[in-house]
Design a protein around this ligand. Structure first.
Ligand code: AMP
Ligand code: ZN
Length: 196
């Protein structure tokens, strides 16, 4: 099965991707996680990514498309995958369509998670991310069983992503409206689009 999760920043794509990937036994591919891993490594590419992400901007299409192409070519994606945060622009969606055509596969569903803007800022500000495994928590809505310790991997570092402060979240919402929202129209005719 090949799925895409779409939605505004902080709508819960990552959380749902992790739940669903367990249930459906599909790898959850998050370009945001791949980008943060490259930044943590301190590579030249990571530095480039950081200059986009810390300002709430989308990373340029060519860089993200390369990243997604490489990840989707790995063996665990051969039987299917769930994409969380990719595509985020119409050019990325077109590139994905071509990648799928090349392997003679198609999408099974595009799920749009719809959440009001007011909730997103509150969610982002309270979000904490595990340095060890990338799991997401929320101080108020989904706290770990033991304060400051990841339920999944026992790492003791739950940090706040730099791009989860209100100022950057609002910029990410502007980027979403301009560049990602048009994907709903791109996928509408396919008949795969579902709204939750
Ligand atoms: P996320 O973890 O999905 O919220 O992504 C965090 C940040 O990484 C985004 O705000 C973008 O700066 C960047 N990013 C992640 N995925 C993409 C993508 N498909 N295209 C462009 N930028 C991306
Ligand atoms: Zn963890």
């Amino acid at each position: 099965m090949r799925l895409i999760l779409l939605g505004k920043p902080g709508c819960g794509k990552g959380t749902q991707a992790k739940v669903l990937s367990g249930r459906l036994e599909l790898p959850a591919i998050s370009t945001g996680d791949l980008i943060r891993a490259a930044i943590a490594q301190g590579s030249e590419l990571g530095k480039k990514f950081d200059s986009f992400i810390s300002h709430g901007h989308l990373v340029s299409d060519d860089l993200v498309i390369d990243l997604a192409r490489q990840r989707l070519a790995e063996p665990d994606c051969a039987e299917g995958f769930m994409l969380d945060g990719f595509p985020r622009t119409v050019s990325q969606a077109e590139a994905l369509t071509k990648m799928l055509e090349a392997i003679e596969h198609h999408l099974d569903a595009v799920v749009n998670i719809d959440v009001s803007d007011e909730l997103l800022v509150e969610r982002a500000e309270g979000r904490r991310t595990c340095r060890g495994c990338g799991a997401s928590y929320h101080l108020k809505f989904a706290a770990p069983a033991q304060e400051g310790i990841c339920d999944h991997c026992d790492a003791e570092e739950l940090y706040r992503r730099d791009d989860d402060c209100a100022e950057v979240v609002l910029k990410r919402l502007v980027e979403y409206r301009e560049k990602t929202h048009p994907l709903l129209e791109y996928y509408q005719p396919s008949g795969f689009l579902q709204h939750v």
